[in-house]
Design a protein around this ligand. Structure first.
Ligand SMILES: [Zn+2]
Length: 172
C-alpha cells in the first residue's frame, strides 16, 4: 500500500488526487473534483451542495497496472436560477465511465487484429463497452453496385499489373 497526498499524478484538469493505493493488479486513485464557486448558468455565487457521488472511472495503465479513478463528484443547486449542475470534466469520455485517453488506447488497438474480449480484458472494461466504441468509430461503407466490372492490364511505365474494378452500370 502506498499513499500520497495533494498530488495529481494523472495530470487531470479540475481534479485533486487525495490518495493512491496499489495492490498486485490495480492502482486505485482516489480523487475529488475541485470545488465550484459560481453557477455556470447565471454566474451567481449563491450555490449549495446538493450531493456527492463516487464515480469509478477506468484509466490507462499506471505503473504497469490497471488503473481505476474513484472520483468524488459534487452536484450543486443554484439559489438564483434554481438549476442543478456539476463541474464539466473534459477528460472523461462522453457516455462512458472511462477516460478519453483510455478510449484512444482502445481505438488504437482496433488497428491490429484482436478479439473484442481480448481488448476488453486488456483495458479492464466490458465487452459491450468495446462494442459500443467500435459502433461509434465505424464509418458506413457505400453499398456495392449490382454488377461489378473487373479487368486487368499491364502499365506501360512500370510493367506492373493493374486491376480495375468499376461499376458497369455507371460506365456503360
Ligand atoms: Zn444559477
Amino acid at each position: 500500500m502506498q499513499e500520497n497526498n495533494n498530488i495529481n499524478v494523472l495530470g487531470l484538469k479540475d481534479v485533486t488526487v487525495t490518495k493512491l493505493e496499489e495492490d498486485n493488479e490495480f492502482v486505485h486513485v482516489h480523487a475529488c473534483v475541485d470545488k465550484m464557486n459560481t453557477c455556470p448558468h447565471c454566474g451567481s455565487n449563491k450555490i449549495w451542495v446538493h450531493d456527492h457521488r463516487i464515480h469509478n472511472i477506468r484509466d490507462t495503465h499506471l505503473h504497469g497496472k490497471k488503473c481505476i479513478i474513484h472520483l468524488k463528484k459534487t452536484r450543486y443547486n443554484c439559489k438564483s436560477c434554481h438549476k442543478r449542475f456539476e463541474r464539466k470534466l473534459d477528460f472523461v469520455a462522453k457516455k462512458h465511465t472511462i477516460t478519453l485517453r483510455l478510449l484512444e488506447c482502445i481505438v488504437r488497438d482496433f488497428s491490429s487484429v484482436h478479439s473484442i474480449s481480448s481488448i476488453a480484458k486488456n483495458f479492464n472494461v466490458s465487452n459491450s463497452m468495446v462494442s459500443r466504441i467500435l459502433d461509434v468509430i465505424c464509418t458506413h461503407r457505400l453499398a456495392l453496385p449490382e454488377v461489378l466490372c473487373i479487368d486487368t492490364h499491364r502499365a506501360h511505365v512500370s510493367l506492373r499489373e493493374i486491376v480495375v474494378i468499376t461499376s458497369i452500370n455507371v460506365h456503360c
